[in-house]
Write a protein that binds this ligand. Structure first.
Ligand code: APR
Ligand code: ZN
Ligand code: ZN
Length: 358
């Protein structure tokens, strides 16, 4: 099959590779659509070192084409979405409803010995145990959920990361109550979903912040009530709009400056939710006395804190009811061999999401 392989930082090469399996507990998927998420761009750009060579891609919609031993609940032809939050079901996190934090994630084919992708005998890792920038995938069945074939593949793919992460950060991680005031800092693929999550939650005020004006018009379409172009006094502008700051500020960029802005933009008792990923060593100074005296909070949010087997069907229901925009997230459909150009247009801010269609 063809796959986009990361061998050296900065560029993906389209190569012919071999794919083995499915073995026990695994399914084989024909990839129909695969989204270009910013997190993978961190690996391509070398912000996060990962063992190479590797096939990236974790935002995938596809069709089951083979089912391994010991796998129940999937049949050939089923439409599925992949998820990074594979879970064991047995550990303390899984047993307490935090499957996304599973301590014993099953099936780890991103280990070289476990990879199902090879070329001339050399193992090529499947990043995140997935490897969706390829025509087919062999992955653990608990990294997959069935979805309605009514959802177009390029829209369905985005459910697997951008949508679950953004909407879930609001509904599951922060549990934003109706009437809250919310700021979303960074209106890319994930941020737009935090915005529509806040709309679904019934937030009274949703302030979209981005340094790119074009992203702010998209933010309005996804439910923002106000927009602020990122500048030197963004926190002050948010404070003015909300009489002292928002109840919840979502940081969906992954930088020190925007994390600081999120903390400054919250009112007393307000919560900063860190969604964006920066480099592993990224920090922000916490003003201890201010936080103590104002009872502000800061929390992290991983994959929308979602038990995805329950949450993805819930999101599809919202989509079918017209409450969740998916098709509008797809700025461009591209071919696998256009992946480097696709990432370049993300890096220069032209698109919300490009999706590879096969
Ligand atoms: N101030 C305001 N907005 C900013 C700033 C800034 N200093 N820097 C970047 N942005 C905006 C960009 O203009 C863009 O609209 O943040 C947005 C980022 O969007 P995408 O590149 O589409 O990234 P996305 O896929 O949404 O991911 C965002 O979440 O999961 C993580 O790793 C991912 O760190 C990334 C973040
Ligand atoms: Zn992602
Ligand atoms: Zn577990």
């Amino acid at each position: 099959m063809k796959a986009a392989v990361l061998r050296q930082i900065g560029q993906l090469d389209i190569e012919d590779v071999d794919l083995d399996g499915p073995r026990r507990d695994e399914v084989r998927i024909r990839v129909l659509a695969s989204g270009l998420c910013h997190s993978d761009y961190h690996f391509i750009a070398g912000d996060f070192p990962v063992p190479l060579p590797a096939v990236l891609g974790h935002e995938v919609a596809g069709e089951i084409i083979a089912v391994g031993e010991n796998v129940g609940g999937f049949a050939i032809g089923d439409r599925v979405v992949t998820c990074l939050s594979a879970y064991c079901g047995q550990c303390r996190e899984c047993q307490t409803g935090h499957n996304h934090r599973c301590e014993d994630k099953p099936g780890a084919p991103d280990r070289p010995a476990g990879s199902r992708i090879t070329k001339g005998g050399e193992a090529i890792r499947q990043l995140g145990n997935l490897g969706g920038f390829a025509e087919e995938m062999v992955i653990h069945h608990r990294a997959v959920t069935k979805i309605s074939p009514e959802v177009p593949p390029s829209s369905a793919a985005l459910l697997g990361c951008a949508v679950i992460t953004g909407v879930g950060s609001v509904l599951n991680s922060a549990k934003v109550p109706p009437g809250s005031t919310v700021a979303v800092i960074g209106c890319g693929g994930v941020g737009l979903n935090a915005i529509q999550g806040a709309r679904i939650a019934g937030a009274s005020r949703i302030i979209a912040v981005d340094k790119n004006a074009a992203k702010l018009s998209a933010a309005i379409a996804f439910g923002a009530t106000d927009t602020v172009l990122g500048g030197p006094d963004t926190a002050g502008e948010i404070a003015e709009l909300t009489r002292g700051g928002v109840d919840f500020a979502f940081e969906v960029v992954g930088s020190e400056a925007t994390a600081r802005l999120a903390m400054d933009a919250t009112r007393q008792g307000g919560t900063t939710v860190l969604v964006g990923l920066g480099t592993p060593d990224l920090t922000v100074a916490l003003p201890i006395t201010t936080f103590a005296m104002t009872e502000k909070r800061v929390m992290g949010s991983l994959m929308g804190s979602a038990a995805y087997q329950l949450f993805l069907p819930q999101l599809v229901t919202y989509y079918q009811q017209g409450r969740l925009k998916l098709n509008e997230l797809v700025s461009r459909e591209i071919r696998l061999d256009q992946i480097n150009e696709g990432y370049a247009s993300m890096a220069n801010g032209e698109v919300a999401r490009s999706v590879i269609v096969f």
